[in-house]
Design a protein around this ligand. Sequence first.
Ligand code: TRP
Ligand code: SF4
Length: 400
Amino acid sequence: MFVDRVLSGMRPTGALHLGHYHGVLKNWVELQSEFECYFFVADWHALTTHYDAPEVIGEHAWDMVIDWLACGVDPSQTTLFIQSRVPQHAELHLLLSMITPLGWLERVPTYKDQQEKLSDKDLSTYGFLGYPLLQSADILIYRANRVPVGEDQVPHIEFTREIARRFNHVYGREPGFEAKAEAAVKKLGAKRAKIYRELRTKFQEQGDTAAVESARALLEATQNLSLGDRERLFGYLEGGGKMILTEPQALLTKASKMPGIDGQKMSKSYNNTISLREDEASIVKKIRTMPTDPARIKRSDAGDPEKCPVWQLHQVYSDEPRKLWVQEGCRSAGIGCLECTQPVIDSVLAELAPIRVRAQRYVEDPALVKSIIADGCEKAQQLAEETMREVRAVMGLKYA
Ligand code: TRP
Ligand code: SF4
């Protein structure tokens, strides 16, 4: 059976915090049992914005991998690797750059946004402009069809789809493609050929994308097709040529509701984070000194949870009875803020305790972490090289 292939990357820019855990890592852990997953340290991506801070990248990379493992990302189920250790990404990036119109890159929304946001840095660089294309190479090189990303990254996936389509259009035409595809349809056998043709017509005449999905499933389930015929039939479905690169879909991750200790979204740039391996005393202190509803000056003053960041944490961590306890106790001054904060502290500590224990095992055994990554890099390289052989060949780079 065909299992969807999932790929995602994370930049190594500092210790991971509860926002990463709730927003990304819990999701990765769920995906890994369902799909074939590839997760990687996007160290070249980090250099596109942090080119002036090379010293932090390597160190953060290892810490980040330890955080992943500590959160339950399981190297026996997923492939974990470091981008720069699979140089094929760079080769594909270069080759794709040949067919990438400048205007497409300039129009990617993050390009202008980030330049404005990170105005203290000079981001009018070639590397920064090309960063969505590097991301496309990351995805296309593994023929990943699902990419878990946040809302802000969706345009990058859309861009990747356009690049894949353009590449297939330019390089996917083999001489006599139509005739070969028709011959391959016949090889499906009468019954399947009929269904294939119907689905193809449905898509081409009515743009029915569900029909393409069904036809793909049909091809996946057909046993005795040669690799070439299979690819031709995929390509023929959508009218174009052979599908050399696969168009990915964004797997939209729900925006994390994890609030920081000031009530804004938890983020390193707001300086409101609780990191995954932070020591307990520091966590207790941070939560205990969180701002609460300013109307509660004295213990006897009633308050409104809607005006309080601690309430937001209860929404993440507390069950219904406890939330009711907060609502009633706060509005009637029946409970004090310290009392209200304690269950949140307990929940955060309970959540992080097993993560800290697991992390410790890896901290004490750096060789284990290195070997997990070495295995992952090797597996990634093999898969990447398969795609590259084909890409080089269709682009005329055949010297064997
Ligand atoms: N650009 C992503 C980010 O900044 C990280 C990333 C790099 C990525 N390559 C990727 C994510 C490929 C998904 C797929 O968060
Ligand atoms: Fe916030 Fe709880 Fe204090 Fe109300 S009682 S202000 S919800 S900490």
